[in-house]
Design a protein around this ligand. Structure first.
Ligand SMILES: [Zn+2]
Length: 90
């Protein structure tokens, strides 16, 4: 039957149709809710993707900072131990 003119992935619904069943349905939804659909797509997929990346970056930063702090804490403890050992020696 040939591929859908829109997604170019799925088979067309019928001989007379240009689109597959899914894209045909999307087309109907778009006709009904035009701007709402556009905003929903924008908010759900495009904007959230950016926010997810931002969130991920922040989480990575926090993890790295925690690891650095933990490392510094260990270093200070080691220095304290060494200092105490030196103090005990006569
Ligand atoms: Zn399609």
């Amino acid at each position: 039957m040939g591929l859908c003119y829109y997604c170019e992935e799925r088979e067309r619904e019928s001989w007379g149709s240009y689109y597959c069943a899914e894209c045909k349905r999307l087309q109907r939804v778009l006709k009904l809710y035009n701007t709402d659909v556009y905003e929903a797509v924008e908010n759900l997929f495009l904007r959230n993707k950016k926010q997810q990346n931002f969130k991920l970056q922040n989480e990575l930063k926090k993890k790295l900072n925690d690891e650095i702090k933990e490392h510094e804490k260990k270093e200070v403890e080691e220095e304290k131990k060494e200092y105490n050992l030196r103090k005990k020696k006569p």
